[in-house]
Design a protein around this ligand. Structure first.
Ligand code: DHB
Length: 351
């Protein structure tokens, strides 16, 4: 199985505003797709959550890989970033003179710092420097993965469709008016080589229902991979002068597309803390960073977990669990309060 991370494509307004503030929203503004609602489907029925009507906010569909490219371009213009450094090590993070050592092109280098921002993902070195006796890890591993397929065909619907089907979850998403992104829930033992494109399309057609299937254009996959789902939070997000942000500190399952948006809110809190430090000399923002960021992280972890539970079929799940899922979907379809709670979290809680 290919162990990939899902790079989702739904930006909260807070993320878009932040990117705009730092001058990184040019292409996003031109090419991002504004979505005012999402569709939830189950067993042949579908209903729309009016995100904008219920919250006053839309979301923007724009691929994370595109955003990474935009940010890298800006970084290259403004700074001298070092990519692909090897043997990165952090030193003296509990003092006010921390430093980083690494090698690049075979040459050993040292970077003296005031602070170190560990934004190096779940497999980076940042999080390994939070001492074991202060670090607490919270984790939930889900008993399934997502098989994702990207293809140059028009989307089957102008809004995203999340479907809870007896054969498992399916999601119809997009990257542009001519590029579709689809996912199906698969067992953890599934292998990508057993999923030729036609099998994925057939499965999507069944799980998304006849209406979406009728409008679904098929085409060769540009990319296809399986990713496991998990929730993971490591606390605290700061130790001494090391501050963690994004996947270095937390992972959410992709349902609801919160991962990138959480990295953005961390970056916002982190920059606030640093600006405050350099303006006033106060370390209050630095000291409070972990608690401030985690308060928002946990709400998104909660929402992603809830949305995952609601929309997937769990192996061995009993009839009771399924009835409760269906009751909850019916409640969301018919209650303004229920729909608003979903919408408020989907468009993003305030930074
Ligand atoms: C996408 C991924 C998600 O997890 C989601 O909830 C919505 C969209 C995507 O890749 O487009």
């Amino acid at each position: 199985m290919w162990r990939r991370r899902i790079r989702a494509g739904v930006l909260e307004q807070g993320t878009v505003d932040l990117l705009q503030q730092v001058g990184a929203a040019g292409r996003l503004r031109a090419e991002g797709l504004r979505h005012d609602g999402v569709v939830l489907a189950s067993d042949g029925e579908a209903f729309r959550i009016d995100l904008h009507g219920l919250t006053g906010k839309p979301v923007t569909v724009y691929g994370q890989t595109e955003l990474t490219r935009d940010l890298n371009e800006i970084l290259a213009e403004r700074d001298q970033p070092v990519f692909e450094a090897e043997d990165v090590q952090l030193h003296d993070i509990a003092t006010d003179r921390p430093f980083v050592t690494y090698s690049k092109d075979g040459v050993a280098r040292q970077l003296d710092c005031d602070f170190i921002a560990g934004c190096d993902g779940a497999h980076g070195v940042g999080h390994t420097h939070i001492p074991a006796d202060v670090r607490r890890v919270y984790e939930r591993v889900y008993p399934f993965g997502w098989l994702g397929l990207l293809a140059d065909v028009p989307p089957c619907n102008d809004e995203l469709i999340y479907s809870n089907h007896p054969r498992g979850f399916a999601l119809a998403s997009m990257r542009s008016p001519t590029r579709s992104r689809y996912y199906v829930q698969v067992g953890l033992d599934e292998r990508i080589q057993d999923w030729p494109d036609e099998r994925v399309w057939d499965e999507l057609a069944v799980r998304l229902g006849p209406k979406a299937a009728g409008r679904m254009a098929r085409g060769p996959s540009l990319e296809k991979s399986i990713a496991p789902l998990r929730s993971y939070v490591a606390e605290p997000m700061r130790h001494g002068r090391l501050l963690l942000a994004g996947d270095a500190a937390h992972i959410v399952p992709p349902t609801g597309a919160k991962g990138l948006n959480l990295a953005a809110s961390d970056a916002h809190y982190l920059s606030d803390a640093l600006i405050d430090f350099y303006r006033s000399g106060s370390t209050a923002g630095i000291d409070g960073y972990s608690a401030r960021a985690l308060a928002r992280v946990w709400k998104a972890v909660r929402f992603s977990w809830w949305f995952t539970q609601l929309m997937h079929r769990f192996p061995g799940e009993d009839a009771f669990t399924h009835k409760v899922q269906m009751a909850e979907l019916e409640y969301l379809a018919n209650s303004r309060a229920g729909a608003t709670a979903l919408a408020e979290n989907y468009v993003g809680l305030p930074f």
